[in-house]
Design a binder for this molecule. Structure first.
Ligand SMILES: [Zn+2]
Length: 127
């Protein structure tokens, strides 16, 4: 018997879709603002060098944030694909069940808590 009820999956699916919409909106806004910055740089090729460095720094921060949002979006898309495939809620690490409580807090979670912790520990280990 699946550990998630149809209601659970429907609710989590809805959460994923809402989060996806919000993320897409944020990403679109960010990209649009990026366009403006690029246009401004083109319009003013003799901009002060220090100002340019500050603008670059700002762009870097924006790109870092954008990368996080794209990662998030990818995790959500993968989760929605798992919903469609009927494997949602199954840990991609050990194949075990991801606790419903964990999914409610983090609907795009790929792994159960112990796999996630092991994964993060491994990632933080210096080479
Ligand atoms: Zn696991």
């Amino acid at each position: 018997m699946p550990h998630l009820s149809t209601d659970d999956i429907e609710q989590l699916d809805q959460q994923l879709r809402l989060r996806r919409e919000a993320l897409l909106g944020a990403i679109r806004k960010r990209l649009h603002r990026g366009d403006d910055a690029a246009t401004m740089a083109l319009a003013n090729p003799y901009a002060d060098v220090r100002e340019q460095a500050e603008a670059d720094l700002l762009a870097d921060t924006d790109i870092g944030q954008l990368r996080l949002e794209l990662d998030d979006l990818q995790a959500i898309d993968e989760a929605l694909a798992r919903v469609a495939a009927g494997s949602y809620g199954t840990c991609t690490g050990c194949g075990g069940r991801i606790a419903v409580r964990r999914l409610r807090a983090q609907p795009a979670a790929r792994m159960c808590l112990s796999c996630q912790e092991a994964f993060e520990q491994h990632r933080q280990t210096p080479p």
